[in-house]
Design a protein around this ligand. Structure first.
Ligand SMILES: C[S@@+](CC[C@H](N)C(=O)[O-])C[C@H]1O[C@@H](n2cnc3c(N)ncnc32)[C@H](O)[C@@H]1O
Length: 303
């Protein structure tokens, strides 16, 4: 056999990485570089979870597996569809989720804080009811249910398509007893519900910015990304209503991406606590119910 052709799993990862690099793909839907995405693709063609791949780097894929790797790489390059949609899988907080084009690909930076149970910010024993607002695939709601055993979790989305995907994930993870999926425009059908913790990754992309996003984003539902002229429409509505939906001592944790800068500028008096991820990102903030109450009039546009 020609020695230059890929032979082992490691060779195929290198081959795929080079094809991805040459094609100028964008990575931001479950990975952030060509090597990680190539490893994910090859592992998946071999039906290996990411953590199992290392032990198999010297294996030689079968002819069918080689064909699958080449076909997937070609499809990814030709269509610019995020790999998660091609594989119908995404990994979030160490958990596997079903995904398709009805939801965005899970990538929320909040995962890290969920896995750490929001320590040291939250008193775990005080958390009984959790809300994941704008749940999409249900990834955060399911991860929250794992991280806070014994709690009840509500997860809402305005999109019935998204909720259909979330239902698959709730069932796959056996969380149906503890996790309720609800169709709602933000808090609209939750008027009498109170939570100890509200977590949200709402849409937060400014309208004009939508046109500048890499092609991969065009495969995701615009409803999940765009939020008005400044990107702040959804988050400001959430901030204005959250105090009524939280129990005393409760907290709101929200992810706002690049729009965090505009949000802080718009509300300079609000003491947002920006949480820092292991990679130094600060796009997730935390506010207590008391802080939300204190500034509610600003969020409601009265001040
Ligand atoms: C950025 S995605 C987040 C999905 C998921 N939480 C995640 O992190 O992968 C935002 C979600 O908000 C939903 N959404 C948009 N507007 C909404 C609204 N007014 N009320 C409830 N959900 C909304 C979209 O359908 C989408 O699923």
């Amino acid at each position: 056999m020609d020695k230059t052709l890929p032979r082992t799993v490691a060779d195929f990862i290198g081959w795929t990485e080079r094809r991805f690099g040459e094609a100028g793909l964008y990575f931001g839907h479950g990975t952030d570089n060509a090597l990680d995405e190539a490893a994910w693709l090859v592992g998946s063609a071999l039906q290996l979870a990411p953590h199992e791949l290392d032990e198999h780097l010297a294996d030689e894929p079968t002819a069918a597996q080689r064909d699958a790797i080449r076909a997937l790489a070609q499809h990814r390059i030709a269509t610019r569809r995020p790999l998660a949609y091609l594989l119908k899988e995404a990994w979030f907080a160490g958990l596997k989720f079903y995904v398709d084009e009805r939801v965005i690909v899970p990538r929320s930076l909040t995962a890290e804080f969920i896995q750490e149970q929001f320590q040291p910010w939250i008193e775990i024993a005080q958390v009984h009811r959790i809300l994941d607002l704008c749940t999409g695939s249900g990834c955060m709601a399911v991860a929250l249910a794992y991280a806070f055993p014994g709690t009840r979790v509500d997860a809402t989305d305005i999109s019935s398509d998204a909720l259909a995907v979330a239902r698959i994930n709730v069932e796959n993870h056996g969380m149906g007893e503890r996790l309720r999926l609800i169709r709602s425009d933000l808090f609209s059908v939750l008027k009498n519900e109170r939570y100890d913790l509200i977590v949200t990754n709402p849409p937060y992309v400014a309208r004009a910015e939508m046109q500048t996003l890499p092609l991969e984003y065009r495969h995701e539902p615009a409803l999940a990304l765009e939020s008005g002229a400044t990107g702040l429409d959804a988050i400001v509505r959430i901030l204005a209503r959250a105090p009524e939906q939280l129990n005393p001592g409760g907290m709101l944790v929200a992810e706002v991406g690049n729009s965090g800068v505009v949000l802080q500028e718009k509300f300079p008096a609000v003491p947002f606590t920006w949480l820092t991820t292991s990679s130094g990102d600060e796009s997730v903030f935390l506010l207590t119910r008391e802080q939300l109450q204190q500034h509610q009039a600003r969020f409601a546009g009265v001040l």
